[in-house]
Design a protein around this ligand. Structure first.
Ligand SMILES: [Zn+2]
Length: 101
């Protein structure tokens, strides 16, 4: 539901979520009971709330500051996983972008 090959979330109880600058949070209903929340100033995706997972909140990992000291515990929606994803961990790794920056 994000249009990319990967998306990393931290799942927490929604009632525990605290957002600084929350006056800039916008919401978009992507489907029945599925709401994406994002920054109305810059478009950064922040978190999702889906009625199917009542009480839970899926926070985009990149939106958390500081990053949590956690490791992945679960891959979901693997039936639509792209065929090359299993090989990603074994391909060349660069410390910066492809342009060296
Ligand atoms: Zn923003």
């Amino acid at each position: 539901m994000n249009g990319s090959a990967f998306s990393s979330y931290v799942v927490v109880p929604h009632k525990t979520l605290s957002v600084s600058g929350d006056e800039h949070i916008a919401e978009y209903e992507v489907g029945p009971g599925a709401h994406k929340h994002y920054c109305s100033r810059c478009g950064t995706p922040l978190f999702n709330v889906v009625s199917r997972y009542a009480g839970a909140c899926m926070i985009y990992l990149g939106a958390i500051d500081p990053l949590p000291d956690a490791v992945p515990a679960l891959n979901v929606y693997c039936e639509s996983m792209l065929s090359w994803v299993e090989r990603v961990g074994s391909i060349q790794k660069l410390p910066t972008g492809a342009d060296g920056k």
